[in-house]
Write a protein that binds this ligand. Sequence first.
Ligand code: PEP
Ligand code: MN
Length: 313
Amino acid sequence: MNQKIAGQVSLEDLSRICPTISRRTHPDFGEGCGFEVEVGTVRFGTGVPVVIAGPCAVESERQMIELALSVKSAGADMLRGGAYKPRTSPHDFQGLGLEGLKILRAASDLTGLPVVTEVMDVRLVGLVSQYADMLQIGSRSMQNYPLLVEAGRSGKPVLLKRGMAASLCEWLGAAEYIANEGNLNIVLCERGIKTHTAGEYSRYALDLNVVPAVHAETFLPVIVDPSHATGVASRVEPASRAAIEFGSDGLMIEVSHWERDSDMPRPLCDADQAITPETLGTIVDFIRERETAAQCKNDPTMCSARYSRASGR
Ligand code: PEP
Ligand code: MN
């Protein structure tokens, strides 16, 4: 049967769908060679994974500041936290809005860690850009094309999460909308996809196969969010390790103090997937140890300079 189907695309079409970011149209980027995205002092795509950590949502100044200090001492490179939250019900906590942005800025300034936060509304791109170092486009907004265009025009680096049912072609097509505005500072983020089992034993299905596929098709960096992908705190650490083994350029992880500090309230959003700062420290140690081991392989004199969290990186 030779029936043509409207809208059907395959990876072979990527040079037409996303010529600005496709390796197919940029053979100049050699294999294993990618574009580095800078967010303040942090660089994605260098081969050293970047760790972004923080709460699901900014809920109070105390919560955000204490967490920011904890994730910094655990070794995180960047902060996260939602001021505008995409929630299933309009009756659920929607985020602190502008107050949340101000708290995020204060936490970032205090720790020196750049901050990423979600923007859902095309009308708020300018405002969020004033406070954030990087704009996050969430899974539900991946195909909001006017929002992608506006994020591209903002000139801010953009973290583009994969739509929960998006193919690789659709995801890279979305990235092209940002790149088409002259903004190549895009980091892709795999966060789990919907399959027939979603919600049965995990929140989504973590698609690690997409990491090498992204690297094969575009020179943009790709990170993994093991928190939303699993929805289960105890699985975040193994999923993080697996993501790094698959070549992820970083991780975005939700962290909370609530299980450790009895006077810290249970998060209003995604409490069951939040790990403690201690577990975050274990994940960071895994990454840094792995990095050092790789360096030792190339340069045996490096072995005496093994990473230790106490002495910094
Ligand atoms: C988030 O990271 O805060 C978030 C809402 O994730 P996602 O868009 O992947 O659901
Ligand atoms: Mn969340």
